[in-house]
Structures are given as C-alpha cells and as structure tokens.
Design a protein around this ligand. Structure first.
Ligand SMILES: [Zn+2]
Length: 354
C-alpha cells in the first residue's frame, strides 16, 4: 500500500461522504478505519497493524507532530491539499492504548464550500446558465422556491463563486441572516427598530456596492427599489414567493412592477426545489444512515431557469395563463430526472407543479 495515496483517497472519500471525523483505531489484529456519519461510527476499511501505524505516522508527520513519540497523546492541525489547489483543514489527535498502539482521530473542519453547488445540483446545465448571469454588472435575478429549498445557499454560493475571480463589494439584507459570510456586508432586517427591507435597500444603494442580495421582496417599496437598483448599475439578487418561475412575474405585477419594467431589468428567474435522491441500496429515498450517498447528497436541487431571452418573448396573455412553453421548465426537468433514475416516482408526483 502506498501510504500517501491511500491517505489522499481517505480524505477525499471522507469529504464525499460528508463525514466530520475519521477514526483510525487499533483492534486486536488490525486497524479499523471508521467514519462518523450523523453521529454514528461506521467502519469503512480495515488495514493491517503495520499499515495502520504507518498511516498514523504519516499524518503526524504532515502536522509536524513528534513522529517518534508514540505514548504521549498529541494533537495538531494542518491544511491538507486533497486536490490541486483544494484544501481541507484537519485537526488531529492521537492517544496510545496500554499496548502502545496509537489511535488517531481526524476531524474535518467545515468542508470548503465551493464544491457545494456542483455536488448538490441534479442537472448541471441550469447551474451553468446561472453562473453566466451572476457575472453581469447590473440587472435583476429573482429566486423562488418553497421554504427550505436552499435559495439562500444558491444565491450565496453563486456570489462567492464570482468573488473568486473578481474583488467586489457585496451587501446582503436578510431577515434573519442565515449564513455567516465575512466577505459580505450582512444587514439584518429589524422592523421594530425601523430597519425594514426598504430602508436597508435604500441605504445599501447609497453605498454603491457591486451586488446586493435581498432576502425577500415582500412589499411594493422593496420591489420598486430593487428595480431601481438594477437600472442604476447594480446586480440585485433577490428571493420572492411564487409557486413557479412564471408565478414570479405575476407576483412582481402584484407588487406594482409591470411586465415591461421587468423585461428591462430581469436577467433570469430561478425556481428551485430540493428533491430527495433515490438510492439503489435503500431502494427508496436515501436514508440518513446509508453511506451510498453522503449526508450532503441525500437531497439535491432541481433548478428551472427562465432566462432574459425567453423572458423577452413573453406577453401579458401568456403570463396570465401561466403558459409559457419552455423545453426546460420545472415539470419537464422533473420528468427528466425521474427517467434518469435520480428520484423515485413518488417524489415525482409529490414535487410536480400542477
Ligand atoms: Zn441509501
């Protein structure tokens, strides 16, 4: 066994499964390697005593611990390069048993977030389109979907992605702030204290940021302000309640924004749902303890992206009837992932938009 290779495989494997800890523990005749998955230890591999101690020594060496010292407990940390330019922060701790055999527990600190979107998207094409629009200097991108469908995560990840290749100022206005992000200026709406969405958005526009994320457009003033921001050279990314992509247009109309006004500002309307993934092992939606799909991959997002191009073709009548013929509308894509075997038939009917 080439220790270096196995170590790399082990860390990447653990990341894929979304485990928080790897335990390398001595048994009577071998070493067991366990992953902690949702609080439970699951044995993944078993290696010989000799291989086990070599793996432990190698990790100790990487973390600058005393490799020769095997009896005293040690702890340390390192930033492990699991792939080119991709790092995983690890915390290590060793303890020896009465026979002088060491055990090692490796904690994987928060998995680097860049990979989240790719991994949790059922069909990559929509993600590609979203990434294109997120690079625009100005315009409006509206997100919709049920509560807990991962809208905030999608918006954040897309902006973080853009920030990787260009420095910019991002302001987020939310009620409440769900995800902490040091690189954004995060504002929490507090109606009682007078920090409404409207006020915060107004103040944010005076700050001239590149991107403003609006947690929710729920009143006319905020809707109007978002349009104004998009027209005055900002990229505005906001979420809004609607039952599908077409419903977003109707909702904005309700809030006093005309179709023509939207056509001038909209880059894309994204509607998303988080679907449970069908698992061959579980023979149904993947269960919490099953290791076939990692904790993060038991559900995945299906995105419906209505692009500005498609949007230009819309007229008032088609919006009223919610009838915009599109090859990649939500229900069409839902059908596709069913045919691909990504979801069960039960899920298909549950998530179909009537
Ligand atoms: Zn499963």
């Amino acid at each position: 066994m080439v220790i270096e290779k196995f170590t790399n495989f082990l860390i990447n494997n653990a990341r894929e499964y979304g485990t928080s800890d790897i335990h390398i523990l001595p048994n009577k005749e071998n070493y067991g390697i366990y992953f902690r998955l949702n609080g439970r230890m699951e044995q993944q591999y078993s290696v010989s005593i000799e291989e086990g101690s070599r793996i432990i020594s190698y990790f100790k060496y990487l973390a600058n611990l005393d490799v020769g010292e095997r009896r005293r407990p040690q702890s340390g940390s390192l930033s492990y390069e699991c792939a080119k330019n991709e790092f995983q922060d690890l915390r290590l701790s060793t303890i020896a048993n009465f026979q002088g055999r060491e055990s090692l527990v490796i904690r994987l600190l928060e998995i680097k977030t860049e990979m989240i979107l790719e991994k949790s998207t059922l069909l990559p094409q929509e993600l590609k389109i979203m990434k294109k629009f997120i690079d625009y200097k100005s315009g409006l991108i509206l997100f919709s979907g049920p509560v807990n469908s991962g809208k905030t995560t999608t918006m954040y990840e897309l902006v973080r992605n853009r920030m990787k290749h260009s420095k910019m100022q991002v302001i987020s206005i939310e009620d409440p702030v769900e995800i902490k992000e040091d690189k954004f200026l995060q504002i929490q709406v507090n109606e009682k204290a007078g920090n409404t969405y409207e006020n915060s958005l107004k103040a944010s526009l005076r700050h001239h940021p590149d991107v403003i994320i609006v947690g929710e457009i729920r009143d006319e003033e905020t809707a109007r302000m978002a349009i104004r921001g998009a027209l005055t050279g900002h990229l505005i990314i906001a979420s809004i309640h609607a039952k599908n992509a077409e419903g977003v247009i109707a909702r904005m109309n309700e809030l006093g924004i005309s179709l023509e006004m939207l056509q001038q500002t909209i880059l894309a309307i994204v509607f998303q749902k988080l679907l449970p993934i069908y698992c061959e092992l579980c023979e149904e939606d993947c269960q919490i303890y099953c290791t076939h799909h990692s904790i993060h991959n038991k559900r995945a997002a299906l995105y419906d992206v209505l692009t500005s191009e498609e949007f230009q073709k819309i007229n008032r009548e088609s919006v009223k009837e919610f009838k915009i013929e599109r090859p990649r509308s939500f229900n069409q894509l839902l059908r596709k992932v069913l045919v691909y075997g990504f979801i069960s038939e039960k899920t298909y009917y549950q998530y179909y938009i009537p």
